[in-house]
Every structure is written in structure tokens, then in C-alpha cells.
Design a protein around this ligand. Structure first.
Ligand code: ATP
Length: 280
């Protein structure tokens, strides 16, 4: 059975922008899917329509057979706990420590006053320790979030999302502000954690090379529609042109193959603006 099913999903913003049209996707359990496409293609909107941070205009999203689209109040909050979100800007509270930021992933579970006084159950604290160890931050639990590097902040965001014990991870540009080496480390960590925990993930990512290396499946969006859905190996120059527009993809592959990572396959990249770039 599929963990996630998206049926005829559409989103038109109040401004009149048609961000998504007739999106149909099904994700089996444990699949790691990359969402690629140029700037404005609708990637962030799609991720946010799944957990209803953005309200879809039409269509349905089903998580484990449960339709999320009609849920309200407590039922929506309960369903959202099954989906962990990892943000591009990490969304950490700077003045709180690493441990406190991770524990805030449990806010939806502990009672209101308990969370106000930040008294978390012992089991949550123990699990947070284990997760911080797993993401390589055991030495930094008492550090304030604003004293961390970009890569460390992203690791905190990952640990916080996992503390919710989600079934689905929604990951929005996890490497946007990171250097190439740190980006690979973060993607490798996400991949390994998904394998260890049998997690399903959708990763909105601009870097096509990282998508190819670390994901099972790639979905390409263009102007709010799915224009490619397949295996990383099927992502050839013609397909990239369909997704991003005209570009000399073979030249990019040759240049990017000189990447600083010797075991990297021929690489194709898309920059922050959605157009291809050569690895620096
Ligand atoms: N809050 C909003 N109000 C109105 N229009 C919006 C809003 N958010 C996004 N849009 C529009 O919806 C379309 C899709 O935007 P979205 O941010 O989902 O694309 P994206 O592929 O994630 O882009 P990027 O890679 O630049 O983040 C764009 O035309 C954008 O201008």
C-alpha cells in the first residue's frame, strides 16, 4: 500500500497564481523522492499542501489511506504529527540550546503547561540524546543554536523532525545555504536515516546531482505540473531541458564531473534561481 497518495491536487493563490495543477503522485513506504524544477515551479507549494501549511484549492492528499484535506482542529494536528518537516532556514530558536530545540519537536505531544515550563518526559529527553548522537551533535547539546554552523543547524532540524517519530518527512531545500561538501553530508545523513527508520521522504532540492545520488525517484515540476517522474538514471539532457528549459546539459555534466568529490558521478546542477550551475 502507498503511504502517500496525491490525487488531482491544485493550488491557486489569492493573487491568481496557479501554482499547482492536477498533481497525481503515489509514494510507497520507504521511498525517498526528490522534487526538482525551476524557481516558481511549485515545489514548496506542493510540500506545504501535503501538510496543509498551504491550503490546496482542489484535489486530495491521503496519508496511509486517511484523507488530510478535510481535517480540522485536533484531527489535523494529530495527522500533522505523522509528518516531520525540515526547513531550508532550519527554523531554530536561536536563544535556545541544541537540546531545547530538538525537544521542541515534542511540543505537539506534551501538555501546554508542561511545554511552557519546558519539562519534557524523561523518555523524550533520552530519545533526543540518542538522536543528537546519531546526527553527530552529542558534543554540542548545550550550545545555543546561534553558535552553530549551517550544517550543524540542519542536523538539529533533522533530529527535531525525527523526535516526532514521523512516517513521512517533508524536506524543503535542505542544502540551500550549505557548501557542496556539507550538502553531500546532510543528504547522506537524511538518506541513511530514512533507510534505518523505513521513512518515506519528499525532498525539494535545487541540486540535480544530489537528487540523483541520494534519491530513489525524481519528480520534475514545471509551471505547476509534473513533467517527469522516474528513476534518477532516466534523467537525461532532454528530460532536464523539459524541466528547466534550454541549456547545454552535456557541457555542464563534463564540467561538473571535475567536482572535488572523486567518487561523484557525472553531475548536473540547478542553481538557487532554478537555472543550471557548475559545481564550485
Ligand atoms: N504566498 C503566495 N502568494 C501568492 N503566490 C505565491 C505564494 N507562494 C508562492 N506563490 C507563487 O506560486 C508559484 C509557485 O511558487 P513556489 O514557491 O511553490 O515555487 P518553488 O518551485 O518552490 O520556487 P523556489 O524554488 O524559487 O522556491 C510561483 O508563481 C509563486 O510566485
Amino acid at each position: 500500500m502507498n503511504l502517500l497518495e496525491i490525487k488531482g491536487l491544485g493550488k491557486r493563490y489569492a493573487t491568481g497564481d496557479q501554482a499547482l495543477a492536477d498533481i497525481r503522485l503515489a509514494l510507497p513506504k520507504s521511498q525517498v523522492m526528490a522534487l526538482i524544477g525551476p524557481s516558481g515551479a511549485g515545489k514548496s507549494t506542493l510540500i506545504r499542501c501535503i501538510n496543509r501549511l498551504v491550503e490546496p484549492s482542489e484535489g486530495q492528499v491521503l496519508l496511509g489511506g486517511l484523507s488530510l484535506t478535510g481535517l480540522r482542529g485536533g484531527a489535523l494536528r494529530k495527522a500533522r504529527r505523522r509528518m516531520g518537516m525540515i526547513f531550508q532556514d532550519h527554523a531554530l530558536v536561536d536563544r535556545l540550546t541544541v537540546m531545547e530545540n530538538v525537544l521542541s519537536g515534542r511540543l505537539g505531544y506534551v501538555g501546554f503547561w508542561r511545554s511552557v515550563w519546558r519539562r519534557y518526559p524523561r523518555a523524550d529527553v533520552q530519545e533526543a540524546f540518542r538522536l543528537l548522537e546519531r546526527v553527530g551533535l552529542a558534543h554540542a547539546i548545550d550550545k545555543r543554536a546561534d553558535a552553530l554552523s549551517g550544517g550543524q543547524r540542519q542536523r538539529v532540524g533533522i533530529a527535531r523532525a525525527l523526535l516526532q517519530n514521523p512516517e513521512l518527512l517533508l524536506i524543503d531545500e535542505p542544502t540551500a545555504s550549505l557548501d557542496p561538501k556539507t550538502s553531500r553530508q546532510i543528504m547522506r545523513l537524511i538518506r541513511e536515516l530514512c533507510e534505518e527508520r523505513g521513512l518515506t521522504a519528499i525532498i525539494n532540492i535545487h541540486d540535480v546531482d544530489l537528487a540523483r545520488r541520494f534519491c530513489d525517484r525524481i519528480v520534475g515540476l514545471h509551471a505547476g505540473r509534473v513533467v517527469f517522474d522516474g528513476l534518477p538514471d532516466a534523467l537525461d539532457a532532454a528530460t532536464l531541458t523539459r524541466i528547466y528549459g534550454e541549456e547545454d546539459w552535456d557541457a555542464h555534466a563534463a564540467e561538473a564531473a571535475q567536482d572535488d568529490d572523486p567518487d561523484a558521478p557525472p553531475a548536473l546542477h540547478a542553481s538557487r534561481s532554478g537555472w543550471p550551475r557548475v559545481t564550485t
